[in-house]
Design a protein around this ligand. Structure first.
Ligand code: SAM
Length: 201
């Protein structure tokens, strides 16, 4: 099959990598939720051969991701697993969970399930890194994000850009503490949460 390709991944992969690279410590296990085409996974795994990058997505995306893995033959890129955030999560724990451009595609229940599932799947002190557009203080951060929202709703009325404050409350209830909130080009952000560890008794 032809390898799936989206231009946006080519455009944002370097700026995302600049932010996430310090978190990609040698030896860590990364789970990517919603790998999509697999382009981000290939790029980040290739630049960081000392980490292991587990791809995942819903069933219809898995053959496309697999086609990239077969093509690149990267030893540290793991065959995609089926992961719908509302269904069964891996039994393995990961040091870092990454997702790009997925929370606004999900409906509210899916976004909640994504955060709750992530918290369950992270090693203590592990990081959850989410890239994409987010709303703040009850509104859009730009006119282009407002137009993007209209376009999203045409495809799926239940999808939409999520409010940072709502996501952060869900995250806190799951034991995730906001670690960083970084402005990115094109009205996007990178949100980084860290799983809090309970103090020893
Ligand atoms: C716009 S694509 C982003 C893909 C890729 N991460 C990127 O940045 O190009 C949205 C992704 O969210 C995934 N997605 C939507 N709902 C999901 C769910 N309930 N569980 C897991 N993935 C989901 C889709 O399958 C798709 O891969």
């Amino acid at each position: 099959m032809n390898r799936p390709f989206v231009e946006s991944c080519e455009q944002n992969r370097d700026v995302i990598h600049q932010v996430i690279q310090p978190y990609l410590k040698p030896g860590i296990e990364v789970l990517e939720i919603a790998s999509g085409t697999g382009q981000h996974a290939v790029y980040f795994a290739d630049l960081n051969p000392q980490i292991r990058w587990q791809t995942s997505d819903r069933a219809e995306y898995l053959p496309g991701i697999q086609s990239w893995l077969t093509f690149t033959k990267l030893q540290n890129l793991i065959d995609p697993i089926l992961l719908d955030v509302c269904l069964k999560w891996p039994s393995q724990q990961y040091d870092l969970i990454f997702t790009a451009n997925s929370l606004h595609i999900m409906d509210d229940a899916e976004a909640r399930a994504c955060i709750n599932g992530t918290a369950q799947c992270l090693e203590p002190s592990g990081f959850f890194i989410a890239y994409g557009p987010f709303n703040y203080n009850g509104g859009f951060t730009s006119e282009s994000n407002r137009r993007f929202e209209d376009w999203l709703k045409l495809n799926n009325p239940k999808s939409g850009i999520k409010h940072f404050e709502v996501l952060n409350e869900i995250a806190e209830q799951s034991g995730l503490k906001l670690y960083a909130d970084i402005t990115m080009p094109a009205n996007n952000r990178i949100l980084i949460w860290q799983l809090e560890t309970l103090p020893d008794n």
